[in-house]
Design a protein around this ligand. Structure first.
Ligand SMILES: *[C@@H]1O[C@H](CO)[C@@H](O)[C@H](O)[C@H]1NC(C)=O
Ligand SMILES: *[C@@H]1O[C@H](CO)[C@@H](O)[C@H](O)[C@H]1NC(C)=O
Length: 453
């Protein structure tokens, strides 16, 4: 049992030696706290273990704060419960442990008028617990966090606009279904909205989030939301992270997204953004560091939008039905790439020689395309990336004799080394210099050169 942990006892004894000249917790909050603790775990005799003022000798997970009534003389202080965290996290934060019968005692929780943070971690895993109505909760509540509570079920009930101080609303891994709570769009203090891995659903296209000016994180991943992405998302000018992966969103990514000036992380993977191509608006979102669009059947060729995206570290474009060549500009501009996934598309032509100069790259997945020609990597590059250089499923790709000794490249066929320039089809219109098998050939404007070996 967690209560016998040495840290727990140490805190207890320390706190009980504190001076008692401080204000005491009101009997309403004291009694409500016992009731909340009993609703979380009735196997523990809370009243016996903690007979004194619960702000002097409190279980881990209970935080109190002192308040001075402004304008009043000394001694006019009060103490209130400001944070409650339930569900054992670790030996260093042994919150009151939940059990299979844990419940949420809404009336008792509503007694804490200064409550700023309420957290339930792996708390509701047995008996079904309905989503509480949040209306009665403290108007100063800043953090409402539910993590891994599979038995928290049902739809949201009641309007939550009264939680006007709410900054973090986190609901991860629950059985909550239906639409988002009414009044959510009014919470203008909100900085983080993470509703990941629940059973939420509904058409989001008409949503207006224009009041959520302070939102930094919006994560609706792994739910059943669908519809077009709302134009109003583009007004979230503080947004740093947008994760909408694993839903049923479709249509084009609105041009209004260029208003997401600070966005660093964008994950739209595994939705139904079908046949609309790689969104060009990405090219204007210059703070991006991670972009994941895999599993959408976007179709089309990879556009030339990379010039201002040098901050990108991770780019996922797998399983998108992409056709055509891989633009060399990706290797030129995406200098900080650590991860690039272009696997399971229909890409053709050579791997751009510029990819061989990507110094930061630690995973490059080009599997299952129709790429051809000699791979542009040297021995140093290959040994650095090892098994994370993924090239299988490209039957026309070949490798030089010296590189083929590497275990990870044994599956590739050997390039035939011609004495004269080998068969290359070049169609290009700019003035460019192409190195073909160490022979430099200048090609002038506007024609294709067909060199026969
Ligand atoms: C969203 O609501 C605001 C007012 O709250 C309004 O000015 C704006 O036009 C709306 N945006 C959209 C896209 O409906
Ligand atoms: C490529 O296709 C093969 C056969 O369909 C599959 O087993 C493999 O997982 C695919 N590679 C990737 C990276 O998905």
């Amino acid at each position: 049992m967690h209560l016998s942990h040495p840290l727990f006892l140490l805190t207890l004894s320390l706190l009980s030696t504190l001076s008692t000249s401080q204000p005491s917790l009101s009997s309403l909050e004291q009694e409500s706290l016992y009731q909340v603790l009993e609703s979380i775990n009735s196997d523990i005799s809370w009243r016996t273990l903690f007979p004194d003022d619960l702000c002097y000798s409190s279980p881990h997970g209970v935080v109190c704060e002192y308040f001075t009534i402004s304008g009043a003389g000394a001694g006019d202080e009060s103490v209130h419960v400001t944070e409650l965290s339930f569900g054992f996290v670790s030996d260093y934060s042994p919150n009151p442990p939940c059990n299979r019968h844990s419940k949420i005692n809404v009336p008792a929780l509503s007694a804490f008028k200064e409550l700023k943070k309420l957290l339930f971690y792996k708390c509701f895993t047995g008996d079904e617990v309905p989503v509480p109505e949040f209306e009665g909760f403290s108007g100063v509540l800043e953090e409402l966090v539910f993590i891994e509570n599979p038995s928290l079920v049902g739809p949201f009930k009641g309007d939550i606009r009264s939680l006007s101080s709410l900054k973090r609303f986190v609901l991860i891994g629950s059985g909550v279904y239906g639409w988002v709570p009414p009044g959510l769009g009014e919470l203008s203090s909100l900085e983080q909205l993470t509703f990941s891995r629940n059973r939420l659903s509904g058409d989001i296209s008409g949503v207006n989030v224009s009041k959520l000016r302070n939102l930094k994180v919006l994560d609706l991943s792994y739910n059943g939301f669908f519809g077009n992405l709302p134009e109003s998302f583009g007004g979230l000018e503080s947004l740093l992270k947008l994760d909408l992966s694993y839903n049923g969103f479709h249509g084009e990514v609105p041009m209004s997204f260029k208003g997401l000036r600070k966005l660093e992380f964008l994950d739209l993977s595994y939705n139904r953004f079908f046949n609309c191509g790689v969104p060009l608006v990405l090219g204007e979102m210059t703070c991006l560091t991670e972009v994941y669009l895999s599993g959408n059947d976007l179709g089309g060729e990879i556009p030339e939008i990379w010039e201002n995206l040098g901050g990108i570290l991770g780019l996922g474009l797998s399983r998108n039905g992409l056709i055509g060549h891989i633009p060399g500009s990706m290797g030129v501009f995406l200098k900080n790439l650590c991860y690039l996934g272009l696997d399971n598309n229909k890409l053709q032509g050579e791997v751009p020689s510029e990819f061989g100069t990507l110094e930061m790259v630690s995973e490059l997945n080009l599997e299952n395309n129709s790429l051809s020609g000699e791979i542009p990597f040297d021995a140093k590059f290959v040994s650095k990336i090892g098994g994370k250089l993924k090239l299988k499923g490209n039957s026309q790709l070949c490798v030089d004799q010296e590189l083929r000794v590497d275990d990870h490249l044994k599956h590739l066929k050997l390039c035939k080394k011609p004495e004269v320039p080998r068969l290359v089809l070049l169609h290009d219109s700019g003035s460019l210099v192409v190195l073909v098998s160490r022979v430099a050939i200048a090609i002038s404007w506007g024609f294709s050169l067909f060199l026969i070996s």
